[in-house]
Design a protein around this ligand. Structure first.
Ligand SMILES: *Cc1c(COP(=O)(O)O)cnc(C)c1O
Length: 415
């Protein structure tokens, strides 16, 4: 080994995370992470913390599902655990309307594929037993499309993303749940982007038996911690009866460390894998913050501030095509069309982390995760306006500031 193999200490600058995720992590969460003592994964406070997290997560998600806990890793780790109930040969109808539901559909095709399907196309299998219904980017998955596909195919499983972050669209979870009940399908939902943002309760959607979310969006616990999942007794019965070809991401086995054993809450967890006291402390604090804010209030705050951002970019001549409340997805004015990536690169080079879409068509995505204040929204708007002006757009910053001030003043006066 030569000295060339030792690099200088890695320094990562502070940026304004104004994209679809991750959001800037709350200082309280980072403090909880850093202040945790070195305790092992079977130490009493770590185990108690996991049990408390499980209980807080049930409150955040509005559910009595016993199997509600965190899967170590990112959003796709929780999704992998949930989708592990799908076995080779199972029939599935899955809806895709953007980047992430598209990736979820790939996971589903991989899990439902036979050996022959995999051998025919190892990285992109297309088993005949999986039907992917593609809804165009920029549109929501709606009641008619859902009902028709489930009525036609009568699949064992149905899948949809709740909020598709790739295109910024909210899909019709009520219609999905109802159609699953009507046509006898077991509903699975990617709630990565909606948990901790929208005011919804899992138990109001009985057609959906499995939910998976992530640590870095609405839950705001990036120090890589836990992807929340929740499974109904119906889902667990299916896994109990049919099995699951994974130890780590097994929906029943992974629950043990959270004190969910034999379908019931146990006093403390049993070993499944080496959980980190740091991660547990951070996740615990993130859930406390969400509950202190209140699910309904947090949802109102997102809607209120997203509206301010939406109006400001519209005043700059952009066209918004999204309807999520944590994210604005827009087309630039005609004069700047085709320069989306350049604009995003300029912003990112200055520590202003906005994003392009990751699949076609190219659009700009600006998010407000954990940026719920007039100051934060004004900062995002000013930085975006400056980047547009730099590319030659005619942006009247004074008028836009006035409009923002008026919006916030009117809201304050109404209180
Ligand atoms: C962000 C996102 C994912 C992926 O989450 P990771 O944390 O990157 O694994 C999946 N689905 C949706 C809807 C998302 O928004």
């Amino acid at each position: 080994m030569t000295s060339k193999t030792i690099f200088p200490a890695l320094e990562i600058p502070e940026t304004l995370a104004a994209g679809p995720g991750p959001g800037n992590t709350d200082a309280r969460v980072l403090a909880a992470f850093a202040n945790a003592g070195l305790a092992d994964h079977m130490q009493a406070d770590v185990l108690r913390g996991m049990v408390e997290c499980k209980q807080m997560l049930r409150a955040v998600w509005g559910t009595e599902n016993v199997h509600t806990y965190g899967v170590g890793g990112t959003g796709f780790s929780g999704l992998d655990c949930m989708l592990n109930a799908i076995l080779p040969g199972d029939t599935v109808v899955a809806f895709a309307n953007g980047t992430f539901s598209g990736i979820d559909c790939l996971t589903i095709r991989m899990k439902a594929a036979s050996r022959a399907d995999l051998a025919a196309s190892p990285l992109d299998p297309k088993p005949a037993n999986v039907t992917v219904v593609t809804v165009p980017h920029g549109q929501s998955v709606g009641a008619e499309v859902i009902d028709k596909a489930l009525a036609d195919k009568k699949p064992k499983w149905a899948f949809m993303a709740h909020w598709e972050t790739g295109s910024g669209r909210i899909n019709d979870i009520r219609a999905f749940s109802d159609a699953c009940l009507k046509h006898g399908a077991l509903g699975l939902v990617d709630a990565v982007s909606s948990l901790g943002i929208e005011d919804f309760a899992i138990d109001d959607y009985p057609g959906v038996v499995g939910w998976a979310s992530c640590p870095q969006k609405g839950v705001l616990c990036l120090p890589l911690t836990y992807a929340p999942v929740s499974f109904s007794d119906r889902y667990i019965a299916e896994v109990k009866a049919s099995g699951c070809p994974s130890y780590v991401h097994h929906p029943i086995l992974e629950a043990r460390h959270w004190g969910i054993i034999d379908g019931k809450d146990a006093a403390a967890g049993a070993y499944h894998r080496t959980h980190s006291g740091y991660a547990v402390a951070a996740f615990h604090e993130a859930l406390r913050i969400t509950l202190q804010h209140g699910r309904a209030q947090k949802a109102r705050d997102y809607a209120f501030h997203e509206h301010a951002l939406r109006e400001a970019v519209a005043a700059m001549g952009c066209t918004v095509t999204s309807n999520m409340t944590s994210l604005v997805v827009l087309n630039l004015p005609a004069a700047l069309a085709g320069r989306e990536k350049e604009l995003v690169q300029n912003c990112r080079a200055r520590g202003f982390g906005i994003w392009p879409t990751l699949s076609e068509p190219v659009q700009v995505r600006i998010g407000i995760l954990n940026q719920l204040s007039q100051t934060a929204i004004t900062e995002i708007v000013s930085r975006f306006a400056a980047a547009m002006a730099e590319l030659g757009a005619n942006v009247d910053m004074v008028a836009i500031q006035d409009q923002l001030n008026r919006y916030y003043q009117t809201a304050l006066a109404a209180e």
